[in-house]
Write a protein that binds this ligand. Structure first.
Ligand code: UDP
Length: 243
């Protein structure tokens, strides 16, 4: 296991990283940006090389969200199924990019599609993590009416992660939307309860309550800040801690 620059071992043994689909689209807003994939996978590979077990859940906002299907006359359940399938596309792209860097990655799907990826089970995911693969848990929870934030919280809890890292476009939780309101203040530490009571939209509230019930801390950090994921994995505070 590699030490950090001060000679300390990585603080976290196992981490769940939640990436939004939009993050993978970069400036394009839709689809996949190869440069973003490259940067993200380099950081993920670095975290793994430092001896931290890493499970990843990725969303699908860059391709399709179930709720938006209603505008196209597609029913919510079908739309959510399409959204979950889109997370598999992102997961396959991420795994491909990681493997090309020499970083072993296993895509595991909540809904069986054995020709593309292994079915997700807690036991198999844990053994892949122990073997040193990055586990990409695709297909959300496998159920409509949930989001990939909630899938990420669920995987984090059931895989015994020490923390869930939620990568966003901003560097933490703010009192308002920092992209719209210049007076919005960054909050360094915040309770699950306050996020729920104030309905702060930084992540899905079902996910927050699941993490609260299971005392799983969440760190919200800026995905586009160079080295932020590596620092967060070392236990350095780079964003807001929800606990
Ligand atoms: N989804 C679902 N169940 C889940 C996870 C995801 O039905 O357990 C569907 C839902 O339609 C959602 C879409 O997949 O809108 C993509 O996930 P999400 O919106 O969380 O992606 P992100 O915003 O993180 O890119």
């Amino acid at each position: 296991m590699c030490a950090d620059r001060n000679g300390n071992p990585p603080r976290y043994r196992r981490i769940l990283l939640k990436l939004s689909g939009e993050a993978l689209a970069g400036e394009r807003g839709r689809g996949l940006d190869p440069q973003i994939l490259e940067v993200m996978c380099s950081e993920i590979a670095e975290v793994r090389e430092a001896g931290v077990q890493l499970a990843v859940v990725v969303g699908a906002g860059n391709f399709f969200r179930g709720a938006s299907g209603e505008n196209l006359g597609i029913s919510r359940v079908t739309g959510d199924h399409m959204g979950m399938l889109a997370t598999v596309m992102n997961s396959l792209a991420l795994a491909d990019s990681l493997e090309k860097k020499g970083c072993p990655a296993a895509v595991m799907t909540s809904v069986e599609m054995k020709a593309f990826a292994e079915p997700y089970t807690i036991g198999t995911a844990l053994s892949r993590l122990e073997q040193g693969s990055v586990v990409i848990a695709a297909g959300g929870t496998g159920h409509p009416f949930f989001t990939t934030d909630t899938a990420a919280g669920l995987r984090a809890v059931e895989l015994g992660a020490d923390i869930m890292l939620k990568a966003t476009r901003v560097d933490g939780v703010y009192t308002g939307d920092p992209e719209k309101d210049p007076s919005a203040q960054k909050i360094e530490n915040i309770s699950y309860q306050r996020i729920i009571e104030e309905k702060l939209r930084v992540l899905d509230l079902t996910c927050v309550s699941l993490c609260m019930e299971n005392s799983l801390p969440i760190m919200v950090f800026n995905l586009f800040e160079k080295g932020a994921l590596v620092r967060a994995a070392r236990g350095e505070k780079t964003g807001t801690i929800i606990s």
